[in-house]
Design a binder for this molecule. Structure first.
Ligand code: PGA
Length: 251
């Protein structure tokens, strides 16, 4: 029995129209009654208000895929965590590998974003993960440590009491090739034991999600691992039946 309430989060990425996201959110609200895990959806910024109106008064929580590390000021094109809080967002994804690889977000920027989310009273979902080259070179442990240490240096170990970690191996995202449950569990256990060196009760309480080609067919096996507390779902989150099946696999 997992001591942590599982969370399944849908990362809708750059997808959807106003009508399609409302239809997807409506199908999730209609189907979520037999789901016992926490469920979160993260639409694009411009769709958040539409989705908010659909999921209000349901069990489905709302989040965003990114935010600024700044809270206000002359930062053209940015969106602050405080602004997202006004739309009832509870969580914000930071440091997704697409942000790191395509938009130049460094470990240090990701850490500042995690702090900005917490300063707004919200929960960051902090994404970390190694590339295929790093895994094949046998470097995943040092890469994971560096990405985690950069965040710990800014939010402190206590900050993880109000944070979620998402382990997303870059080679598994959108590729159809999930990490095996053993591979994922090995990384999750390493991350938790690294945090436990600083504070064992914070480490025992922090949710560590797995992300990367989670599907209805592999979700149960992944989520049954002792240190996997749910998932961050991309492609399969765009289909209500698949996403709900993944949620049911988490509890
Ligand atoms: P995927 O994406 O489920 O499509 O692999 C996961 C993610 O990017 O969070």
């Amino acid at each position: 029995m997992n001591p942590r309430q599982p969370l399944v989060a849908g990362n809708w990425k750059l997808n959807g129209s106003r009508s399609s996201v409302k239809a997807l959110a409506t199908a999730l609200v209609d189907g979520v009654s037999d789901v016992t895990c926490d469920v979160l959806v993260c639409p694009s910024f411009v769709h958040i208000q539409d989705v908010q109106s659909v999921v209000a008064n349901s069990a489905i929580k709302l989040g965003s895929q990114n935010c600024s590390m700044q809270s206000s000021g002359a930062f053209t094109g940015e969106v602050a965590a405080e602004m997202l809080q006004e739309f009832s967002c509870s969580h914000i994804i930071v440091g997704h590998s697409e942000r790191r690889q395509l938009f130049g977000e460094s470990d240090s920027i990701v850490a500042k974003k995690a702090a900005a989310v917490q300063n707004a009273g919200l929960i960051p979902i902090i994404c970390i993960g190694e590339t295929l080259e790093e895994r094949e070179a046998g470097n995943w442990q040092s890469v994971m440590s560096a990405q985690l240490d950069a965040v710990t240096a800014v939010i402190g170990i206590d900050g993880f009491a109000n944070a979620v970690i998402a382990y997303e191996p870059v080679w598994a995202i959108g590729t159809g090739k999930s990490a095996s449950s053993e591979q994922a569990q090995e990384v999750h256990a390493m991350l938790r034991s690294k945090l436990a060196e600083l504070n064992s009760s914070v480490a025992a309480g922090v949710k560590i999600l797995y992300g990367g080609s989670v599907k209805p067919a592999n979700a149960k096996e992944l989520f049954s691992q002792p240190d996997i507390d749910g998932g961050l779902i991309g492609g399969a989150a765009l289909n209500a039946d698949d996403f709900l099946a993944i949620c049911r696999a988490a509890g």
